[in-house]
Each structure stands twice: as structure tokens, then as C-alpha cells.
Design a protein. Structure first.
Lengths: 91, 91
């Protein structure tokens, strides 16, 4: 049985890892309520970028792109919101 | 002059934002040397995922995918290394 290697498999694993990676950060942040070492600029830019990826995925009707970025948005947004609250309340 | 809207433009802006977003976190982390609220699991999974995106981009010879993920890796790796150091030295 000839084994044929599909590069797409690497792409799906990469997409899964980069998508799921924000879950442990969201859990840690929500549990600890600590955002001190987290960059507001990072999450502001990142959430904006992921939102645009979502729009792009919708425009080209790509379900994988839509699903991956919707999940990433779900995990990354609470981190951004909590960081924003801490920055605003520190003023 | 008819204005034709290219969805790819949204994709490039999204890619730029999600790539550049790790720069402010890298700067903040290296300056403050504080990684307390940063999740080791997040950066471990994320850096692994981005590395696989880089391999995938190389396999399908996609220069944009290679460039974006090489830059993201450049910014995200120091954060992972510093967090790993802090976790290991805390043991």
C-alpha cells in the first residue's frame, strides 16, 4: 500500500494548533484575572486581524478559514476585554 | 473609473495585523522581563503551530505564507523562551 503524503495535513495541524493555542491563555487569564504582562497592543491588533480573516473567509466562502478564526476570536476576545478593563481602570 | 474590490486585500491586511501583533508583546516582555500572566501552554502550542505553517508554506512554495510565519516566529519565540526560563527557574 503506497503511502502518499498530503501537505494539506500539515496545514490542518498547524491551523488547529494556532487556533487552540489561545484557549490556555484565555483560561489562565480568566482564572487569575492577571493581565499585567499581557500587551494591549498585541491583543488589539490580533483581534482586529482575526476579525478581518473572518471577513475574508466569508467573502471567499472558505468554511475552514471561517471556523478557525471564529474559534480564535472566541478565545482571544475575553483576554482583550479583560486587559482593556484593567488599563482603563488603572487610569 | 470603476472601482473593483479585491477580497485578497482584506486577507493581506489581516495577515499583516496578526503577524505584527506579536511585536508589541515581544517588546513588552523583553523590556519588563515579566511573563507571569502569560501562558506557557499558549506559546508552546502557538510556536509549534506557526512552525508547521512555515513547513507547510515551504512544501507548497507559498512565499507569503513563509514570510508571514517566519516573522511571527521571530516575534513569538523570545516570549516562549523567556516564559520557559521563568517556569524552569521557579521549580
Amino acid at each position: 500500500m503506497a503511502f502518499s503524503f498530503e501537505p494539506q495535513v500539515i496545514g490542518y495541524i498547524a491551523g488547529f494548533l494556532t487556533t487552540i493555542s489561545f484557549l490556555p491563555q484565555a483560561i489562565k487569564t480568566l482564572r487569575s484575572q492577571s493581565t499585567e504582562s499581557i500587551s494591549l497592543w498585541m491583543y488589539g491588533l490580533f483581534v482586529t486581524g482575526v476579525s478581518l480573516w473572518l471577513v475574508y473567509g466569508w467573502l471567499i466562502a472558505d468554511p475552514t478559514l471561517i471556523a478557525a478564526n471564529a474559534i480564535t476570536l472566541l478565545f482571544a476576545s475575553p483576554i482583550l476585554i479583560l486587559k482593556l478593563r484593567h488599563v482603563l481602570s488603572a487610569r
